[in-house]
Design a protein. Structure first.
Lengths: 487, 313
């Protein structure tokens, strides 16, 4: 029995300990993945999920404990892991944007040698894309730069699942659906089930608990660098999962502020391209922009922003603040400290006679650090020393610290853990109550349900407006998919 | 018709070269001949080689500020050692290429800014060049002289050489797996690393390749001028960077175009002749050359915007 189990092991990490300075990232983790199963891995941001993934794929060496591939303990490193059939799709997109799709295949598959590798690579990725996302419509000859963020993620997933000489034995997916809409995510999950049924193994990391519960066979819950639960998925539900992660489930009360529309809107926009409904936002409102991903929500936010701020010239007073969705692209200043990242938008208020008042800056930083619980010993640390969720909190604080009365948010919760989300929701509520307006594009239904009023987008235009009790998953979905259309 | 973004990247450099060439022919119809073309583009060949070398460095997100002094150094070695005792000359060149590879490794491993390291190295190369050839002089090796002054039928040597350089580097950088790796290291180092490649080797190879092209540039230059001087190619540093950018390359992200880079070098060489034909005094020529650069780059920016707008539609 044990021998048989050992043989089926694809990867086993036993008693792995790893510390970065004083921070114990992994504190004795046991994680065994066998062929033919999909293991779901959940946990808070900073629970050690990414670290254990990096240990398994060979990027980090454990200070204690062993990692074995297929029962063999000899050797460790990226090359060993890859030779054992371990592939990884990372949370942040990791294709080379300047190369074409087939050139990226060449990079990801070093064994694709010899003449004519271009056409073979193209064939490989086309076949795999067709298998995972039927009807994808991606032009595989184009450079990755020219693809949308969802298409890039699809390509990366396809490249990782593609087997050139040998099919991969274990594919690690870190938030694979963070940029995919519901339909593509469902195709993805269906493919994972087929892949697992054929004897492959998948390690699935996701903050969308429904995805994990419906797709994984076994769920591993991590907390503070340890595995705190390892049970069959059928024995768990969303509630028990969240409890295991250590978050108290807060009953969400949908207390929508009944705003009297007597005042004039703080922001408005005529229908986009002459189609659909006009956009309006009132004081103290949280307005949601819903619909399938990439149907004009981000463009609307940008248009709204540019309607009040010049493209080039600084405006004397800022009425709008923007929270970016793509942190690394247009959110953080990676070389700067947390404090500088936080205060960059409010420097005008912080300075007297064009000089920045350091004391005031520090006060502002500390105030926000305590208010939204940025988990860092020192605000002078670099922003990249924070986990993704905490970086996002800093970006929120940057927008909220300004005097702007309206905040635009471009799907900012992408890849943020449940606990952080709840904290941010709370802040949004209280800020809205004090008269701030929020315009919030989100791909997650739970967030849309928090909004006072929701505009649903389809094909670049607003097709429906839902308010108050009408904001339900059913109504939003119904409006996102037009009748009789296969979306 | 849908154009790939790399094809769009080539439109502006090709068009600007054509416009300049047409203007030169209009002002000086006699340039429209075998000898005329050869004279116009002769000095472009070493510039094109130096531009290609710079382009390889820029493909891995670095910038080489020692290109001019290194080409001068290579020219001095060509006019002395390579001519007198070819064995020693070749050994020196191999050592120089190895130094380039080591430079690439050190910049990556020690996480140093390439600009600082290459700026420092530029003094080293400059000093070595003065040591080898304290005063202008030396002689070009016979074969280099023969190669640069040979007269193939119908098409002048300068054009043949440019086309060969463009095609060879296009194949090497844009089509081969090796080129994909170099550009991949410029586009996203982490993904190249995670796929199990050695970034150190890739960068060493890229720098060595750049060194190789720079050596060729020095040899070609001496083949044209017949003698060398420690300061012969100082302006190549900025010319090569301008050539890469003019040809559609970008400073970061591994976005480069070898054919564009060669066209960019030709355009820069032609711009000088064009201004002389315009009878613009040498005092103003550098400024006018800068103006040409700004106009071309502004056009490219405009085209990029158009493309972006089209995409969002």
């Amino acid at each position: 029995m044990t021998a048989n189990l050992m043989k089926n092991e694809v990867v086993a990490a036993r008693g792995v300990k790893l510390a970065f300075g004083a921070v114990k990232a992994l504190d004795g983790v046991d994680l065994v993945i066998r062929a033919g199963e999909c293991v779901g891995l959940v946990g808070h941001n900073g629970a050690g999920k990414s670290t254990i993934v990096n240990v398994i794929n060979g990027g980090l060496s454990p200070q204690e404990g062993v990692v074995s591939y297929g029962g063999e303990t000899s050797g460790h490193g990226i090359a060993t892991a890859r030779a054992s059939g371990v592939r990884c799709v990372f949370q942040e997109l990791s294709l080379c944007p300047n190369l074409t799709v087939n050139e990226n295949v060449r990079i990801m598959h070093p064994d694709l040698k010899g003449w004519n590798w271009r056409s073979r690579a193209l064939e490989l990725v086309k076949k795999q894309l067709q298998e995972i996302f039927p009807g994808h419509g991606i032009d595989c000859d184009s450079t990755v730069d020219d693809l949308s963020i969802a298409e890039r993620q699809m390509v990366e997933i396809a490249i990782s699942f593609a087997g050139f000489v040998v099919p991969p034995k274990l594919v690690i997916l870190d938030e694979p659906t963070s940029s995919l809409d519901a339909g593509l995510a469902a195709q993805m999950m269906a493919y994972i089930r087929r892949f697992v049924a054929d004897g492959g193994a998948v390690l699935l990391i996701s903050h969308i608990l429904g995805e994990i519960l419906s797709t994984a066979d076994r769920i591993v819950v991590m907390k503070d660098g340890r595995v705190v639960a390892d049970r069959l998925a059928s024995e768990m539900n969303a509630r028990s999962l969240v409890e295991a992660m250590g978050n108290v489930v807060r009953e969400q009360e949908y207390q929508r502020s009944g705003i009297a529309r007597s005042s004039s809107p703080v922001l408005s926009m005529p229908p986009r391209r002459g189609r659909g409904l006009a956009f309006e936002a009132y004081r103290g409102e949280i307005v949601g922009l819903a619909g399938l991903g990439g149907h004009g929500q981000t463009e609307t936010l940008l248009d709204l922003y540019l309607s009040r701020n010049g493209n080039w010239w600084p405006t004397p007073r800022d009425e709008l603040a923007f929270v970016a969705g793509d942190r690394s692209l247009n959110g953080t200043f990676p070389l700067w400290s947390i404090l500088k990242n936080l205060t960059i938008a409010s420097l005008q208020e912080l300075s007297s006679r064009t000089f920045i008042d350091n004391a005031r800056e520090n006060r502002l930083g500390l105030g926000w650090k305590n208010r939204i619980e940025i988990r860092t010993p020192d605000l002078e640390n670099r922003i990249l020393s924070l986990s993704g969720g905490n970086q996002q909190k800093v970006l929120f604080a940057r927008a909220l610290a300004t005097t702007a009365r309206t905040v635009l948010m471009d799907d900012p919760m992408r890849g943020v853990d449940v606990g952080t989300k709840q904290e941010v929701y709370e802040i949004l509520r209280s800020e809205a109550a004090s008269g701030r307006s929020f315009i919030w594009y989100s791909t997650e239904m739970d967030e849309i349900r928090l909004c006072d009023r929701v505009y649903v987008f389809r094909e670049g235009a607003i097709v429906a407006e839902l308010a108050g009790e009408a904001v339900t998953e059913k109504n939003v979905l119904a409006a996102s998919f037009s009748a009789g259309e296969a979306a | 018709m849908k154009l790939s973004s790399s094809a769009v990247r080539l439109i502006i450099p090709a068009a600007s070269l054509a416009v300049l060439l047409a203007a030169v022919f209009y002002m000086q119809p006699r340039a429209m001949s075998y000898t005329g073309l050869n004279l116009l583009f002769n000095l472009a060949v070493p510039i094109a080689l130096a531009t290609v070398a710079q382009m390889v460095i820029m493909a891995v997100n670095d910038l080489d500020l020692s290109m001019g002094t290194f080409v001068s150094f290579c020219a001095c070695v060509t006019a002395t050692f390579l001519q007198a005792s070819p064995g020693t000359g070749i050994l020196i060149f191999l050592g120089a290429i190895a130094a380039y590879a080591a430079m690439g490794v050190i910049i990556y491993v020690r996480e140093l800014p390439a600009i600082v390291v290459t700026l420092g190295m530029s003094f080293v190369w400059g000093g070595l060049a003065v040591l080898i050839l304290p005063s202008p002089g030396g002689t070009a090796p016979g074969w280099a002289r023969w190669l640069m002054t040979s007269k193939p039928p119908f098409v002048p040597m300068a054009i043949v050489a440019s086309v060969v350089i463009a095609l060879a580097t296009h194949f090497l950088i844009m089509r081969s797996s090796f080129g994909v790796l170099i550009r991949g290291a410029g586009g996203n180092v982490r993904s190249v690393e995670r796929a199990g490649w050695s970034v150190v080797k890739v960068r060493a190879a890229a720098y060595a390749l750049a060194g190789f092209f720079a050596v060729l540039s020095g040899i070609a230059l001496v083949g044209l001028t017949t003698s060398a001087d420690a300061n012969i190619a100082l302006r190549y540093t900025l010319l090569s960077i301008a050539g890469v950018i003019l040809g559609g390359g970008e400073f970061v992200g591994g976005k480069i175009s070898p054919i564009g880079a060669v066209i960019g070098a030709l355009t820069l060489a032609l711009a000088g002749s064009f201004l002389s034909f315009m009878r613009i005094s040498p005092d103003w020529q550098i400024g006018a050359q800068g103006a040409i650069l700004i106009v071309v780059l502004a056009m490219r920016l405009f085209l990029n915007r158009l493309e972006k707008r089209e995409k969002s539609r």
